[in-house]
Design a protein around this ligand. Structure first.
Ligand code: ATP
Ligand code: MG
Length: 437
């Protein structure tokens, strides 16, 4: 601990770089999005699953793949000082959900539709749309192998964009096929990149024989031409994989959801197969992907469960909110219905008991609080009441209290006469106080 008496003052502590406080009123936009997501998930039959933020490091190494950006350089991993366990702050939550589903045998009587919301941690270079603590909303459908579930998840994300008022989001789809198709493609990929070895950066050279698919995910602009010319996985797909992709597309077509097949789309984790997709916007600069996902039919067995197919996506919450801001979509500010003006501290017990009843009846009411000199002047309190946006002031003044009453004064609607009522009748006003102008 700092010895304050010696140094005179403590050093100012600030948040960790790349990790943000989410302050009011901005936090209201987060809550509004989360509220909509909960409603959406309920309508689609997805249930909430909450996993710990810290998981065994091995879960991500095994689940995401050793030769991936996340596992190689982005994880916050540490050794538990008390027992030496290797732990990691979750960089994503699909692996955690799968771990929980396997651990608790949730698939014993069929598939499960799951969603989550929460912070993820990756040691990246902080920039617009890229933070070290960021937040994802994720949906996972586990135990379902059919293309209709891939489509359901895509339709659900699409519905969310529509409900929150996002436009100009492009849906890109690809198929990563099945392991045997990927093996054929892998050989062709290695041959291609070996023939252009001079254009590869160090990382690409190192990964070439370990995980050549990762090269396609490279953001190095100098490598884009050779990536562009690389053999496409989609050309290695057999009939069943093609049929799966076509079935997803047919559902999207029928639902009027536009998409573009992007044969270059690969995802950053190794666990994907068949359908992969991203929702992308051009409005956020380089960090344009707001939602990404796909099928991961082999992850459950990889994490020790009985083999079962699965598919899911994750939304980057910061990016969605930034895009909403860019698009000029406003979230209505949360204002209280009423502001309680109290002229004498001795009245507080009576006043607060009354406000409790109003709140129990659903009224949002803010109360003026005392300072060193007791309650401030009526005028100062009215100023506060006005500034907070409340529609009504509830005046608990000396005159009112002498008669066990309260004056209700409209602050926003000129011409509405003020009324004085007995305090014990105030709860009957709950409805009127909440009705919006
Ligand atoms: P990117 O290519 O931008 O690094 P990714 O492929 O690593 O993304 P995923 O692991 O698929 O991202 O995560 C899903 C979504 O989470 C991304 O599309 C993005 O919206 C968001 N996301 C990922 N990393 C970050 C981050 N560091 N900061 C903010 N949002 C992020
Ligand atoms: Mg990344």
């Amino acid at each position: 601990m700092n010895d304050k008496s010696k140094t005179g003052k403590s050093e100012k502590l600030v948040a960790v770089k790349g990790m943000n406080d989410i302050l009011p009123p901005e936090s209201a936009r987060w809550e509004a999005l989360e509220h909509r997501v909960r409603q959406l998930m309920r309508r689609f039959g997805y249930e909430n699953l909450r996993t710990p933020i810290v998981e065994p490091t091995a879960l991500f190494v095994r689940g995401l793949g050793e030769v991936t950006d996340i596992v190689e350089k982005e994880m916050y991993s540490f050794e538990d000082r008390l027992n030496g366990e290797a732990l990691t702050l979750r960089p994503e939550n699909t692996a955690g959900v799968v771990r929980a589903v396997v651990e608790h045998a949730l698939l014993y009587n069929g598939g499960k539709r799951i969603y989550y919301m929460g912070p993820m941690f990756r040691h990246e270079r902080p920039q617009r749309g890229r933070y070290r603590q960021f937040h994802q909303i994720g949906a996972e459908a586990l135990g379902f192998g059919g293309p209709e579930v891939d489509a359901e998840l895509i339709l659900m994300a699409h519905a969310l964009w529509q409900e929150i008022g996002l436009q100009d989001v492009e849906l890109q789809i690809n198929s990563l096929g099945q392991p045997q198709e990927r093996n054929l493609h892998r050989s062709a990929l290695i041959a291609h990149f070996e023939a252009h070895a001079d254009t590869l950066d160090d990382e690409a050279r190192r990964r070439l024989h370990l995980n050549p698919l990762r090269l396609l995910d490279s953001k190095n602009p100098l490598m884009q031409p050779v990536i562009e010319a690389a053999p496409r996985l989609i050309d290695f797909l057999g009939g069943a994989s093609r049929a799966h992709l076509n079935a997803v597309c047919a559902i999207l077509d029928a639902s009027g959801v536009a998409y573009r097949i992007n044969p270059r789309l690969v995802r950053g984790m190794d666990y994907y197969n068949l359908t992969v997709f991203e929702f992308v916007t051009g409005k956020l600069g380089a960090q344009g992907t707001i939602c990404a996902g796909g099928r991961y039919d082999y992850l459950i067995e990889q994490i020790g469960g009985k083999p079962a197919p699965a598919v899911g996506w994750a939304i980057g919450v910061e990016r969605v909110l930034e895009l909403l801001r860019e698009s000029g979509v406003e979230t209505p500010a949360a204002v209280p219905d009423a502001y309680a003006i109290v002229t004498d501290v001795s009245a507080l017990p009576v006043v607060m008991q009354c406000l409790q009843q109003l709140r129990a009846a659903g009224v949002a009411v803010l109360m003026h609080t005392s300072g060193a000199e007791g309650m401030s002047s009526m005028k100062a309190q009215f100023k506060r009441a006005d500034a907070c946006g409340a529609r009504f002031a509830l005046v608990f003044g000396a005159d009112e209290l002498a008669q066990d009453s309260v004056t209700i004064k409209a602050l926003r609607d000129a011409g509405v006469p003020q009324e004085t009522r007995r305090i014990d009748q105030l709860p009957q006003w709950a409805q009127a106080l909440q009705s919006k102008a």
